[in-house]
Design a binder for this molecule. Sequence first.
Ligand SMILES: NC(=O)c1ccc[n+]([C@@H]2O[C@H](COP(=O)([O-])OP(=O)(O)OC[C@H]3O[C@@H](n4cnc5c(N)ncnc54)[C@H](OP(=O)(O)O)[C@@H]3O)[C@@H](O)[C@H]2O)c1
Length: 270
Amino acid sequence: MKTTLENMACQFATVVVTGGSSGIGKALIQQLHRLNSSLEFCNLSRRKPDFEAEDMKLRHYGCDLGERDGPERAFREVKAGLAPGKVLLVNNSGFGSYGEFPEPELRRQLEMVDVNIRAVVALTGLFLPILRARGGAVVNVASTGAFQPTPYMATYGASKAFVLHWSLALERELAGTGVRVLASCPGPTATDFFRRAGFKERVVSPGLSQSSEQVAEATLRALAGRKSLCVCGWKNRFLVALASKLPKTWVAALSAVVLRRVRLAQLKQG
Ligand SMILES: NC(=O)c1ccc[n+]([C@@H]2O[C@H](COP(=O)([O-])OP(=O)(O)OC[C@H]3O[C@@H](n4cnc5c(N)ncnc54)[C@H](OP(=O)(O)O)[C@@H]3O)[C@@H](O)[C@H]2O)c1
């Protein structure tokens, strides 16, 4: 007999993932493939995934989602080769940047808005008619940072707050259409994210961090359980609940103290 997770994965014919070249996106592809080996994967990222298994149907569409026409060009290419059946769209691509705004440079902050927000809205809007016609689901990867202001990562946290609230609103609008929306909110996860964001050392203790496999599993369980929101891991759920009880101005001040300390340590190191 199939498990709940296998049943969920067997509903779909195609999974379109952004950012499957590493971290959480890669773990989602690998776990979905283990659950249903006949799934077709379309990966949208700049780098080609390096983990294709022999029996995995994985097509890579090289694209920069930060470019103005990146999402639309990728959509047109994916659509041309899309197999019949339900589609799962996973908007996972994203990055952060650590420093006093607009460090490292304004261009990078605007690129973050384009990848973390604009591409999510564009791809969801472009795929929605197909999802409505065939049935399907959208998973948007937000963050626990979406629940609070994040000084020194101000644009990143705010971009994820957008993704969280937009996803929850969309889920309500689409109720009864056969299309579901899930906002997945990982906390600190051991991927390339922190290095790429400009952190020089470990910011979060290993005890508070999850692996990309744990995040992928929590996300897929939430999808199978027909949830609209997944905060990954009980420690993150506890911290999010705590942060939600406090006034936003206090949470902003507390985060500023913690992240400023990391910044001073980094500046001392040079
Ligand atoms: N790690 C964490 O602590 C954490 C916590 C909460 C939320 N998240 C979110 O989880 C998602 C996945 O991040 P991760 O932790 O797995 O980090 P990661 O290993 O750095 O993966 C990020 C992915 O995003 C893709 N990407 C970045 N810029 C892109 C662009 N311009 N065009 C297309 N794809 C782009 C990358 O692909 P290419 O470089 O090949 O283009 C990569 O596959 C992100 O949305 C991140 O904000 C991460």
